[in-house]
Design a protein around this ligand. Structure first.
Ligand SMILES: Nc1nc2c(c(=O)[nH]1)N=C([C@H](O)[C@H](O)COP(=O)(O)OP(=O)(O)OP(=O)(O)O)CN2
Ligand SMILES: [Zn+2]
Length: 118
């Protein structure tokens, strides 16, 4: 069984390795979306894989670091592409939620990344 939960955050970033004059090299902001997917067995009595509230509590400190922030100033996000952001979230959440199977990070309404540990 797979479950998922979507989180949104507002954050600014710039991509430092863009050529001179490239718009993504300038500081700009997005309404980002992170979707966390969990794979696991149904707990028979409760009828769920994991309480969404447990996931919320686990993700809350990470969300607080990135929401309304400038990503480039956060350790590990010096080059904050959506690929790097997905991997960074994975490395923070996977040790606490072993059922985590994939993360999507949407940078705009139509582009993003998907990371499943490799
Ligand atoms: N593989 C990646 N490519 C790009 C990333 C990224 O993280 N990974 N990021 C950017 C920029 O940050 C840009 O802000 C987002 O992409 P873009 O499609 O250019 O978004 P726009 O809204 O500016 O463009 P539309 O014309 O509206 O689609 C660029 N590339
Ligand atoms: Zn961007």
């Amino acid at each position: 069984m797979q479950i998922f939960k979507e989180y949104t955050f507002e954050a600014a970033h710039r991509l430092p390795y863009m050529p001179e004059g490239h718009p993504c090299g300038r500081i700009h902001g997005h309404s980002w979306k992170a979707v966390l997917f969990l794979d696991g067995e149904l707990e028979s009595q409760k009828g769920w894989v994991l309480d969404f509230n447990v996931l919320d509590e686990c993700f809350k400190p990470t969300l607080a670091l990135i929401d309304h922030n400038y990503l480039n100033e956060i350790e590990g996000l010096e080059n904050p592409t959506c690929e790097v952001v997905a991997k960074w979230i994975w490395e923070r959440i996977k040790p606490e939620i072993p059922q985590l199977s994939r993360i999507e990070v949407w940078e705009t309404k139509d582009c993003g990344s998907s990371y499943a540990g490799s």
